[in-house]
Design a protein around this ligand. Structure first.
Ligand code: IPE
Ligand code: IPE
Ligand code: MG
Length: 237
């Protein structure tokens, strides 16, 4: 089966999952974190090289204070509870997003996760946290300007080198759970040729079987990248 090298996921639907059960939204986020940990194992078992997950968007600050602080606390809990296990399984963690405005204790937890897994060679796990696709493009432009890059050297390659995911190939497969059909400011630049898969499954319910459905759908896609299907048979100009 044709497997994506890099899968990017908008983990959406935690709040609705909780609401259906008459539970607080934060309980949904907690189960969402557990779903992520299981999915990391499933991705590794299938030989996927990179997984990028949207954990907190640059727009999620608009949520009630209680939910925002609950999500921040969940980072600390997740690192305390799961980092060692993930590290031992070979996962390499990168945090992508604007860390300058998150609380010191959250920054420290992320730094710990990156440092502990820095030598690992397994699944590249990118956690998009206080991330926005537009922020990413802007910060890459700022880096080029800061270096004194002349306009004619502002190329797609130069910009891509400064984007948050410069260490992995562009995502092959984008998955969004929770039924919404939008990108919500996720990887805008990197998804120029990514295959999209949307499911109504709410994130805490997204398990290995749901992942396999997405992988099967992906395997059936015909990726042309702007070319034609049978290049050898096409007339040349
Ligand atoms: C996604 O679940 C997780 C985050 C945005 C942190 P939501 O919290 O958006 O869940 P719904 O969309 O309200 O169900
Ligand atoms: C996108 O989900 C962000 C994350 C999953 C972290 P949202 O629930 O915030 O997106 P919208 O508001 O429905 O577009
Ligand atoms: Mg949502």
């Amino acid at each position: 089966m044709n497997l994506p090298r890099h899968v990017a996921i908008v983990m959406d639907g935690n709040g609705r999952w909780a609401k259906k059960r008459f539970l607080p939204r934060l309980v949904g986020h907690k189960f969402g974190m557990d779903a992520l940990v299981s999915l990391i194992d499933a991705c590794q078992a299938r030989g996927i090289e990179a997984l990028t997950v949207y954990a907190f968007s640059s727009e999620n600050w608009r949520r009630p204070d209680e939910e925002v602080s609950g999500l921040m606390n969940l980072v600390l809990l997740g690192v305390a509870r799961y980092l060692e296990r993930l590290a031992q399984s070979g996962v390499r963690i990168h945090i992508v997003g604007d860390r300058s405005v998150v609380a010191e204790r959250v920054r420290q937890a992320w730094a710990q996760a990156e440092a502990r897994t820095a030598g690992n060679q397994g699944l590249q796990l990118n956690v998009a946290f206080n991330y926005g696709g537009r922020w990413d493009v802007v910060q890459a432009c700022q880096a080029l300007v800061r270096q004194g890059c002349p306009p004619e050297q502002v190329t797609e390659e130069a910009l891509a080198r400064h984007l948050s995911l410069s260490h992995v190939p562009d995502p092959d497969l984008f998955i969004r759970t929770g039924g919404e059909l939008r990108v919500s400011n996720f990887l805008l630049w990197q998804m120029a040729y990514t295959e999209f898969y949307f499911t109504d499954c709410l994130w805490p319910d997204f398990d290995a079987a749901e992942l396999d459905k997405a992988l099967t759908a992906y395997a059936l896609r015909d990726r042309r990248f702007g070319g034609v299907k049978d290049a050898a048979a096409s007339p040349r100009a």
